[in-house]
Design a protein around this ligand. Sequence first.
Ligand code: DAT
Ligand code: MG
Length: 151
Amino acid sequence: TGKEKTLAMIKPDGLLGNYTDEVKNVIINSGFIIFKEMILQLDEDRAASFYAEHSLKSFFPNLIKYMTSGPVLVMILEKENAVADWRALIGPTDSKKAKITHPHSIRALCGIDSGKNCVHGSDSPQSAQREISFFFQEESAGQAVIQHDEL
Ligand code: DAT
Ligand code: MG
């Protein structure tokens, strides 16, 4: 059976709001392994680069302000079907909607609205590869999605 890796992040309000332990409990109880983790402070350039696909959106300036407002915790999560399963676990982008439609999701648990939504998850295996390399240079692009056979 194959293992997959994805990039998860606890955003500044999640970290400062002391949701780290709660989120990690959900991660572990859902069968993920935290393969690597690191706390870091994003500066504007690095946050803009991470969210480059959104650079023309109206919310972009606020997004960068938010993402640089404090440290973040980035994690490589490993599990079968990690990318899709982590996205399912965090719930929809808008935490306000998540509280109604996905009350058990992480974004319902610790997010506030569509901007401050507490956590990030890669949206595809390709994004996971890019985002893992973005934060963990030693995880070469290829290795991030290698399927390991369990003997
Ligand atoms: P996701 O984080 O669920 O992949 P996304 O890629 O569309 O969502 O957007 C990236 C981040 O940008 C999101 O986590 C929070 C912010 N964002 C998205 N849509 C927004 C909106 N309508 N208003 C404010 N911030 C928004
Ligand atoms: Mg996204």
